[in-house]
Write a protein that binds this ligand. Structure first.
Ligand SMILES: [Zn+2]
Length: 84
């Protein structure tokens, strides 16, 4: 069976469904929290997968947060993307 590849969780065999996750990075000098990040989420074990485009956007947000030197930065993914 190869037709179903990508829609099943490789860890537990559960079904992956589109959802949202919160992405947190500890920069050492501070912490950035990015909310409402689109991801595929396993309905059984909760494992999350972020797409390549989303990952690239997250990298940009993390870089911007690193430069801002704030202790804690919380942003919503959609708002950050729209502002970029
Ligand atoms: Zn799973």
């Amino acid at each position: 069976m190869t037709s179903d590849q990508g829609s099943r969780c490789p860890l537990c065999g559960g079904v992956k469904a589109p959802g949202m996750t919160t992405y947190t990075v500890d920069l050492g000098s501070g912490v950035i929290v990015i909310r409402d990040v689109p991801a595929m989420v396993c309905e059984r074990c909760g494992e999350e997968w972020i797409g390549a485009d989303t990952a690239r956007t997250l990298e940009g947000l993390v870089e911007a947060a690193r430069r801002s030197k704030r202790q804690v930065e919380v942003v919503a993914f959609e708002a950050a993307v729209t502002a970029a």
